[in-house]
Design a protein around this ligand. Structure first.
Ligand SMILES: *[C@@H]1O[C@H](CO)[C@@H](O)[C@H](O)[C@H]1NC(C)=O
Length: 206
């Protein structure tokens, strides 16, 4: 009996250690995941992403804009546990509260300033004012936001993610723009259906 228990404890402990060491995407068993045959001969170009070139010298957007270099845009990232996003904030714009279910985010402010924050699982808010040159980490899976509160200057940041496909769950969008019924939302937010419908209309752009 004792040895069975020991074996069980040993197995659960090793599982726990294994889990600890797999904080990124699952490891692949090849150097990289090659493109389909139709891609043609495999060379260095497969590992280059040029999708950010459009940002160089382009006018700054007038609304908050995210440009991604993740698995969908850049297939060579599949299996590599990394991706990027470029975040452009005109003055007084916000990246609304959201989570990335599969990755931590490391945000680097290249230009301007940002008010950032995340909420942990005890509902404690952690905020900071970031200036040009600062880096901030948003722990994996936690709700977070960024806000350029400056009335005049735009802000530019690059975020790195510990997943090739971090995923984004927008809180306003997933709650109020996903056809969850008004009654469920009214009860959940302790308000009336008219208030819920008003919020829904705003997100639907009506
Ligand atoms: C709400 O959903 C519609 C339809 O999917 C989409 O076009 C729109 O962009 C969404 N609104 C926001 C604020 O994401």
């Amino acid at each position: 009996m004792a040895s069975k228990l020991q074996l069980f404890l040993f197995l659960s402990l090793s599982c726990a250690i294994l889990q600890k060491t797999t904080a990124g995407d699952p490891d692949i068993l090849t150097d990289f995941i090659p493109p389909p045959i139709s891609f043609g001969p495999l060379g260095g170009s497969y590992f280059k992403f040029t999708g950010m070139r459009t940002l160089v010298g382009a006018p700054f957007p007038t609304t908050f804009k995210v440009t991604k270099a993740a698995m969908a845009e850049f297939p060579a990232l599949n299996g590599q546990s990394v991706s990027y996003a470029v975040l452009q904030f005109p003055s007084n714009t916000v990246n609304p509260p959201h989570t990335h279910p599969r990755a931590s985010e490391l945000l680097f402010v290249l230009m301007g300033s940002l008010d950032v924050g995340f909420v942990d699982t005890t509902n404690k808010l952690f905020t900071q004012k970031l200036q040009q040159g600062d880096i901030f980490v948003f722990p994996k899976g936690l709700v977070h936001f960024q806000f350029n509160s400056d009335a005049k200057s735009p802000a530019l940041a690059v975020s790195a993610f510990g997943s090739a496909n971090a995923g984004t769950v927008s809180v306003p969008n997933s709650v109020f723009n996903s056809t969850i019924c008004d009654e469920v939302l009214a009860k959940s937010f302790k308000t009336d259906i008219a208030t819920i419908q008003k919020i829904k209309l705003g997100l639907a752009g009506k």
